[in-house]
Design a protein around this ligand. Structure first.
Ligand code: NAP
Length: 270
C-alpha cells in the first residue's frame, strides 16, 4: 500500500490496550486515524475517537458514514474490539456465548461489510484482524474464546481469497499473552461449578504467572503497522517469542508431545 498523509485508518476498541497502542502507532506512521470506544473518550495524540458498539449494526453504519464524510475513504480497518471469556466451557450460559461471538466475530463481520463497498470502489484497502494464538491452538478453559478466534482465522483467510481481486488484503495478527486489562474485562461464568474449582485455581495461577511477563501492546501495534504497510502483506503475523514457539510446536511437534506439554502448562494431569 502506498503511504501518504491521506491514508485513513479505523481502529475498533482504541480506548485502551492493543487498540490504543495500534491507533497511536498508525498515527505515528502517517495515517489519519479514527479510533472507537463504546463511550466518549480521549484517544492518544493524533487519533480522533468516535463512539461505536460493534454489536450494533446501525452504530457501525453511522461510524463508517461519519468517517467517509470526513475523509472520503477508509484505507485500513483494524478489527481489534474484543472481550475474553475464561472458565469451564459448561459454566457459561448460551446468552454469554452468543454475547462473546457478537463482539469478537459478528462485530468483525459487521465492520468489514460496512467498509468493503468503499474499499472496492477506491480499488484498494487493508483489513487487519486481531486474532490470538488461541485461534491456532485450542487451550483448556477457553473453549468459546478459542472457538471464536479459530472462526476468525477461517473467516479472514476465506475473505482474503475473495477480495484480493479488488486489491484488498486481509491479515490476522496472532499475539500470545499481552499485558492489558483484557483478563479483568472478560465475561465471568454465569454458573461456577465446584467441579472446576481446582482447575480454576490452576489456570488463575498460570495467568498470574504469565501476565506480568507478557508482551507489551506496542509489540502487537508494530505488527499491525507492518500488516498495514508491507508491500506484500502476510496472511498471518504471529507476535512475540512465546506465540511463535507455540505456533511452530503446533505445526512440527508430534501431537502427543504437544498435548502433554499443553496439559502440563495448565497444571492438568498428563
Ligand atoms: N491481552 C491479551 O492477552 C490478548 C491476546 C491475544 C489477543 N487479544 C485480542 O486483542 C484485542 C484487544 O484486547 P486487549 O487486550 O487490548 O483488551 P482491552 O484492553 O480489554 O481492550 C478491549 C477493547 O475492546 C473494546 N470493546 C469491547 N467490547 C466492545 C464492543 N461491544 N464494541 C466496541 N468495542 C468494544 C473496548 O472498548 P470500550 O470498553 O472503551 O468500549 C476496548 O477498547 C481483542 O480482540 C483480544 O481478543 C488480546
Amino acid at each position: 500500500m502506498k503511504m501518504n498523509s491521506t491514508k485513513t485508518a479505523v481502529v475498533t476498541g482504541a480506548s485502551g490496550g492493543i487498540g490504543r497502542a495500534s491507533a497511536e502507532a498508525l498515527a505515528r506512521a502517517g495515517f489519519t486515524v479514527f479510533g472507537t470506544s463504546r463511550k466518549a473518550s480521549n484517544g492518544p495524540d493524533g487519533v480522533t475517537m468516535l463512539v461505536c458498539d460493534v454489536t450494533d449494526g446501525e452504530a457501525v453504519a453511522a461510524l463508517v458514514s461519519t468517517v467517509l464524510s470526513k475523509t472520503g475513504r477508509i484505507d485500513l480497518l483494524v478489527n481489534n474490539a474484543g472481550i475474553g471469556m475464561l472458565g469451564g466451557a459448561e459454566e457459561f450460559s448460551m446468552a454469554q456465548v452468543q454475547a462473546l461471538f457478537d463482539v469478537n466475530l459478528f462485530g468483525v463481520i459487521r465492520m468489514t461489510n460496512a467498509v468493503l463497498p468503499s474499499m472496492r470502489q477506491q480499488g484498494e484497502g487493508r483489513i487487519v484482524n486481531i486474532g490470538s494464538i488461541l485461534g491456532l491452538v485450542p487451550a483448556p478453559y477457553s473453549a468459546h474464546y478459542s472457538a471464536v478466534k479459530h472462526a476468525l482465522e477461517g473467516y479472514s483467510e476465506s475473505l482474503d481469497h475473495e477480495v484480493r481481486a479488488f486489491n484488498i488484503r486481509v491479515s490476522v495478527i496472532e499475539p500470545g499473552f499481552v499485558r492489558t486489562v483484557f483478563d479483568q474485562n472478560g465475561i465471568e461464568p454465569d454458573s461456577l461449578l465446584k467441579e472446576y474449582d481446582q482447575a480454576r485455581a490452576g489456570f488463575k495461577a498460570l495467568l498470574a504467572d504469565v501476565m506480568p511477563k507478557a508482551d507489551r501492546p506496542e509489540m502487537v501495534a508494530d505488527a499491525v503497522v507492518k500488516a498495514a504497510t508491507d508491500a506484500r502483506p502476510r496472511r498471518r503475523y504471529t507476535v512475540g517469542k512465546a506465540a511463535r514457539q507455540v505456533s511452530l510446536l503446533r505445526r512440527f511437534a508430534p501431537a502427543e508431545l504437544f498435548d502433554k506439554t499443553l496439559r502440563k502448562q495448565f497444571r492438568l494431569p498428563v
